[in-house]
Ligand binder design. Structure first.
Ligand SMILES: [Zn+2]
Length: 340
């Protein structure tokens, strides 16, 4: 087996890869919390594709009552190497919803090829990685002989909403070993020449304000949760931006970000003072800021609004992730840079 022969094999299957990616992306695999039914149908497609490519699949399904199949499918596809050490490529099979269909020129779930690109929901994040890594592994297998190190793919569920039943589930199952090299191709740069070695810390919060519902003509009988929530939202927005400054140019953008995002609907009619208000913040922190600090700051602001507006405010953490950066001099980063 030579690198050249593997690359030629991959190049010669371009059309097949494009078709596989298009067919796979016709199957929505949306998280149950975002209104979908999970990844099971897509996992079936991938299992069949592995069958066609002659690649062995090991299933490590995580139970989940929220989806009709009862599981969130994780798949491992492995080729043995001369050593026990493995190179893993981790890709995720779930996608985010299509959003407002008015902003799509074509059906998000019927991908099309235009100007040398594929347009459809999830073709990039993370469909291309699922398909490319499968064909890469297939090409290595077809060349015959054992590679120096083992090669494995982890095709995981549940990445877009917390990873609990995806990679985190696999981490409890004794699959990865210290010394394994792990690549996560889930970051896009069109030239494909960047190696990402650090991520911002993540904090997602749901902020629920409880007031008292009343008729809008008698607001003194209620406590308007929307007004209190809106005031708090703007206070959080200002305080976090003022307080957690600083720049690190390895990130794009180089600053921490604090974005109010999702907003739950409240009352269906205009003439009711809402008794409950729910909004969310997505915070991405430079590594020097701990999510705990942000939570404390937001709680302090919430206490002020509770006092001022006579409401109750609850802060739920939807996701909190901290990961140390990988060293620029680590074995895998050096190898990747050389490869690129
Ligand atoms: Zn992704």
């Amino acid at each position: 087996m030579t690198l050249q022969s593997v690359l030629e094999r991959i190049d010669s299957s371009k059309e097949e890869m494009v078709n596989s990616l298009i067919e796979m992306c016709k199957i929505p695999s949306i998280h149950p919390d975002s209104g979908g039914d999970g990844e099971t149908e897509r996992a079936k497609f991938l299992t069949e594709l592995c069958g066609k490519l002659g690649l062995p699949v090991r299933s490590v399904d995580a139970p989940d009552e929220k989806v009709s199949s009862g599981v969130r499918p994780n798949m491992l596809v492995e080729l043995e190497g001369k050593q026990d050490k493995m190179v893993w490529i981790v890709s995720h099979s779930d996608i985010v919803p299509a959003g407002n269909l008015k902003h799509w020129d074509t059906d998000p779930f019927d991908p099309v090829v235009k100007d040398g690109k594929i347009f459809g929901r999830g073709v990039e994040d993370n469909g291309q990685s699922l398909i490319r890594s499968l064909y890469a592994l297939w090409a290595v297998k077809e060349e015959g002989g054992k590679p120096d190190v083992g090669c494995g793919l982890a095709l995981v569920a549940d990445e877009e909403v917390g990873s609990r039943l995806g990679i985190q589930y696999l981490l409890t199952k004794d699959i990865f070993n210290p010394g394994d090299l792990i690549l996560v191709p889930d970051f896009s740069s069109s030239a494909g020449t960047d190696v990402e070695i650090a991520e911002k810390n993540i904090l997602w919060m749901r902020i629920t304000t409880e007031g008292r519902q009343s008729h809008a003509s008698l607001p003194h009988k209620g406590i308007n949760a929307l007004r209190a929530g809106a005031e708090l939202l703007l206070m959080i927005d200002k305080e976090l931006h003022d307080r957690y400054t600083g720049k690190n140019e390895i990130f794009d953008p180089p600053t921490s970000t604090f974005e109010p995002t999702k907003k739950n609907s409240n009352v269906p009619n205009v003439n009711t003072v809402p008794g409950k208000d729910v909004f969310y913040f997505d915070c991405r922190l430079l590594p020097e800021f701990h999510p705990e600090e942000i939570r404390t700051t937001v709680r302090t602001l919430a206490d002020q609004i509770e006092q001022k507006r006579k409401v109750k405010i609850k802060i739920d953490i939807i996701q909190e992730e901290m990961s140390p950066a990988t060293s620029e001099d680590s074995e895998f980063v050096v190898k990747l840079k050389n490869a690129i």
